[in-house]
Design a protein around this ligand. Sequence first.
Ligand code: ASP
Length: 313
Amino acid sequence: MSKYAIAIHGGAGTILKSKMTPQKEEQYKSALMEALTIGETILKNGGNSIDAVEMAVRSLEDCHLFNAGKGSVFNSKGGHEMDASIMEGKLRNAGAVATVTGIKNPISLARKVMEKSEHVFLVGEGVEEFAKLHGLEKVDSNYFYDEFRYQQWQKIKDSDNFQLDHSDDKKEQKFGTVGAVALDQHGNVAAATSTGGMTNKKFGRIGDSSVIGAGTYADNRTCAISCTGSGEFFIRGVVAYDVSCLMEYKNMSLSDAAHEVIHHRLMEIQGDGGLIGIDAKGNVTLPFNTEGMYRGFAKSNGEKVVEIYGYSD
Ligand code: ASP
């Protein structure tokens, strides 16, 4: 059997053990483990990395704990606008959608854009129509209702502030975007990212998660990357592509390139967050410059890990 590997994330931020209850921790860990196992099983059975990342992300989108799909945060109008993107590393095909409403699994819509349209990026009315045409599962706004997220929004809805996921205060930032990267037994890598964005974000705001090169990137020659963090900084830093470029142009290893981007280049512009990356040899990296990041990986050698906190916590 050839090598395969998958890594996932459920967002980065001020995630401290001291602020978590054992029950909550267990819920997060089992949701991450479930998503990981879904992707891992596809890869173990010889399936494609693109299926593995789509299905792992769908599982996280269906879980209310994460800020994507079902758990998406409220925007400034009290609605939910979601962004997602997916990319495969062989031919570098990609699909992306932004400001999507009422779709259960935005990541599958992004994949449809990649496979069934001539385009890479669809937004607004056009994406709604495209979703209808391709029979994507619709849900009404109650599906996205979550009391905790609603209360978060209530606290800041009359201000111009916007904040990242569960944050009560700007110093307590936590991002709940979800993502997956995978290498399949055929040697192909893929990446997928999906998010509800930021609480009280302006209507029409698009973050990095749907921007190819910023929040998501895949190239068999280098790596597959999915990011989470303050999207504006990830767009300005073209973070996912920057990791790939350092590998391609400077011959850096995956982990050195990802470390350089997350701990130096992103921090130079005061960006916070993290990423997950995988290369064609099955190496995995999960760097973040925040206190914690929901994350996990599984490899064909049997290693399987799910973690939440930073190394010093
Ligand atoms: N990157 C996402 C955004 O800015 C937020 C997150 O990672 O939670 O929309």
